[in-house]
Design a protein around this ligand. Structure first.
Ligand code: NAI
Length: 406
């Protein structure tokens, strides 16, 4: 691992920017458009002695893959979710996994901004009518968004971006979050979800899927919204009670909705059996979970994950890893670094430090992070002892992996 030229295999048409970034650092990169089944994947990794694997959402990386492929040191998930990866097995095998959870933030925010205008002008209905040959030039029920109030539920990465962009269109922005959040621009924190629903002309949801957010917008919350207000959900399908929303739309209490995510979504793109109570209702824009699906987001994902992998190789930083504890230590000139992944059992650090003392090495800096299963430590020395100490560390039963950095 301390040699600069690693073998990297990128599956599933990962954006070319990733290959470029990895090759620029001297690594050998093979790419393919396919995803591989478990047996093929194991065979390929072992035949080509792959150090780093890159996947998107279709390749299942199971515990068996991690157990059968000792050459693997890191895995790039060039996507948002990591359900396809056995993260516990990755950690236990000493494989650092990185994904790109925030690369499509801007894409989602832009879709939401478009939908605010769409709902305000009933564009979904007008365009459908035109496609059916109907010319219906109406002003009733159409409004500018300027000076209207947008309520943002969940003021995280996406919510904040939406708030900034909405304000640029002259909207007033209020937000509600369970965590304390610094308001951007002139955005204002509402005292409660109820207050936000009460004052907003548009409500947009940007919360994660948790027990607290399960159907957090149901009949009472919809009833608490202004008459004619519009609802946008591009977060997770379970956040909204869909039958309750359909009823509120049908009664006219809610004036429109844009929904990108659903409690149950078809698995395959070719599926033509999508069904929802929202189908056919007036001023309802339905999209197939495309909030984050843009070329720019794919490129950002390629750049971000390749960057995390390269930082891990160069400095041992695990910032953003979903399988390792978060450990980072800026590199200082004239220092020699090793990183050590070990089982989180009592006494390991004592054993590590005894090995270091036996080499008469002087530690300049040491940072440890642990989770329930593993510990990860970065250690800097003032002399070139890292290689030798790594060799000694492999003798510890708790050692999963030890790596001296160039
Ligand atoms: P984030 O983690 O940056 O922000 C979420 C915010 O919601 C945090 O500030 C958190 O404190 C807040 N929150 C959590 N529980 C809450 C509650 N009960 N009430 C109020 N606030 C609460 O997440 P990010 O990146 O902004 O993503 C938001 C949502 O968007 C996620 O559900 C994500 O899955 C979804 N998403 C959808 C995409 C699409 O294609 N439609 C693409 C990307 C993300």
């Amino acid at each position: 691992m301390d040699t600069p030229n690693l073998n990297i295999l990128l599956l599933e048409n990962i954006h070319a920017v990733a290959r470029q970034a990895l090759e620029n650092q001297g690594h050998r990169v093979a790419t393919t458009g396919a995803s591989l089944k478990e047996d093929e994947l194991i065979a390929r990794i072992n035949a080509e002695r792959i150090d780093i694997l890159g996947i998107r959402s279709r390749t299942q990386v199971t515990a068996r893959v991690f157990e059968s492929c000792p050459s693997l040191v890191a895995l790039g998930a060039f996507c948002i979710g990591t359900n396809q990866i056995d993260l516990e097995a990755a950690g236990t095998a000493g494989v650092a996994v990185f994904n790109a959870p925030f690369s499509n933030t801007r894409s989602v925010a832009e879709l939401v901004i478009a939908e605010i205008v769409m709902l305000s002008r009933q564009l979904g209905d007008r365009t459908r009518e035109m496609h059916q040959g109907q010319w219906r030039k109406v002003a009733a029920g159409s409004n500018e968004v300027r000076n209207k109030t947008l309520g943002i539920v969940g003021y995280g990465h996406i919510g904040r971006q939406v708030g900034v962009l909405a304000e640029m269109m002259g909207m007033r922005v209020v937000f509600h979050d369970i965590a304390q959040r610094l308001p951007m621009g002139n955005n204002r924190s509402a005292d409660s979800l109820e207050e936000l629903l009460d004052v907003s002309d548009f409500v947009t949801l940007h919360v994660p899927e948790t027990p607290l957010t399960f159907r957090m917008i149901a009949e009472p919350q919809l009833a608490g919204m202004k008459k004619g207000a519009r609802l946008i959900n591009a977060s997770r399908g379970t956040v909204v009670d869909i039958p309750a929303l359909a009823a509120a739309l049908a009664s006219g209490h809610i004036g429109g909705a844009a929904v990108d995510v659903f409690p149950v979504e078809p698995e395959a793109n070719s599926s033509d059996d999508f069904r929802s109570e929202l189908m056919g209702l007036p001023n309802v824009v339905l999209t197939p979970h495309i909030g984050g699906s843009t070329s720019e987001a794919q490129e950002n994902i390629g750049r971000e994950v390749a960057g995390s992998l390269l930082r891990y190789l160069a400095s041992g930083s695990t910032t953003g890893s979903v399988s390792f504890p978060d450990v980072d230590l800026p590199r200082m000139p004239n220092t020699h670094r090793l990183v050590h992944v070990h089982k989180n059992v009592p006494g390991v650090l004592g054993d590590v430090n005894r090995i270091i003392a036996a080499r008469s090495a002087n530690i300049l800096a040491q940072v440890l992070g642990t989770n329930a299963r593993i510990g990860y430590v970065i250690i800097d020395f003032d002399a070139p002892v890292a290689e030798d100490i790594c060799t000694d560390l492999t003798g510890l039963t708790a050692t999963i992996r030890a790596r001296a950095l160039a």
